[in-house]
Design a binder for this molecule. Sequence first.
Ligand code: PFF
Length: 485
Amino acid sequence: MGKGGRASWSGSLAFVIAAAASAIGLGNLWRFPYLAAQYGGGMFIAIYLVLVATLGFALMTTEIAIGRKTSQSQLTAYSRLKSGWGFIGIIGTIIPILIVPYYCVIGGWVLYYLKAYTHMAFTGVNIMGEAAADSGQVFSSFISAPFAPFGYGMVFILGCAAVIVMGVKNGIEKSNMVMMPILFIMAIAISLYVLFLPGSAEGVRYYLVPNLDCVSTPDGKFSIVLLCKTILGAMGQMFYSLSLAMGIMVTYGSYTSKSDSIEKCVRRIEIFDTLIALIAGLMIIPVVYMFAVKTGTDVKQAMCAGPGLMFITLPKVFATLGTAGAWVGMGFFLLVVFAAATSAISLMEACVASVCDIMAIDRKPATFFTTAIIMFLATFSALGYGAWKHVKLYIFDTVNGQQFLDFFDFLSNSVLMPVVAVATCVFVGWVLGPKAIIDECESNGVTMKSKGIYSLMVKYIAPALMVMLLVSEICRALGIGGWSI
Ligand code: PFF
């Protein structure tokens, strides 16, 4: 990497924490809870757990082993393994470049909410205006403001770049060691607070007890199509949450030592990530449930998808908690800022490492160069709901068009990531052979326990499921076959 030799983690714990910090992000905090509420609570959770332990395990192991075997970021790793397959790395490198600008814009929104709740907690003054009355209005006027979303987004990007420029050990590792414990403590504290609220038990039941309605037709018959939809929903979430197919795990894997057990590290990363997703559900679903019951809203509708849940519904819920609401809001948005920052840092690092590897330059110039590109691209997403809201992209949604942020999100998450995952499975399963990855996992002299399931997954099951995910995502975008959720 660059001229100074490849960076490395200070140990396997530092690697596990960094990879978990990357995985734990907005996906755990807003995507997992609403999907769980949408797809039958415990039923969705059970499917998700099985997928993480099998498919997620195979994909994450593959990426980390490729990084470690080649000591390269994903841009150059695949071509090192076999000439002619470098295209996977090239497509894969485009993914974080597309994601990180809009992810940082959302990070900027979260920063604004953190500032507002901190102000409210300490002074009692609500700078957002009457959030209790109309938080939808507060949110839309913030994201459509001429400068604020751009300004907060840029602060967020510069904060992440400052960590990256300090390097793997001094920047990424040290910042994770501060942010991750605080994130865990806040998450546990808020979920305990929620669990002790009078009436929360019903909401917890709604979240955890399997509900078969999501796989039944309105007349109560079991539907295989609805079951497939639930499985694909869980699979998409697993993909998103574990930071797979976006070059991060290849890059972070390239900094690990040969003596680390990849298998053990992957299991630990998955446990941390899933634990935070489950806790996020406990923080969010019961309060939204209670709020929905109190206001006579449909629970599924209250648990709306995307930004609506975090920036519109939750502020309404916090407002019903009296003076404690400002403190809970502050704690919650601090936790979200840390989760988003650690994920954005890992996405940015995947880009910086690729620039270092391909241009053979050092981290500092590579970080400046990458940050400038990210700032430029982020401008489109930051201004896309405001000053540039009349600009729409009619590539995937040919009827309504897409705003920049939605377009970048769709292109990366729904198209390019499944394509990279399928290509990786075909490459590893059928060209390189699973043995190459198993050998890398066993290079520390310890037998890989799950090698049977690994080979089965990477050769047959993972590519088939990934193709299904890709097709369903494209059908959803084009409005074919009722795939929308
Ligand atoms: N895994 C992280 C999350 O769940 O938020 C990081 C991430 C995933 C970032 C997917 C961006 C993304 F599109």
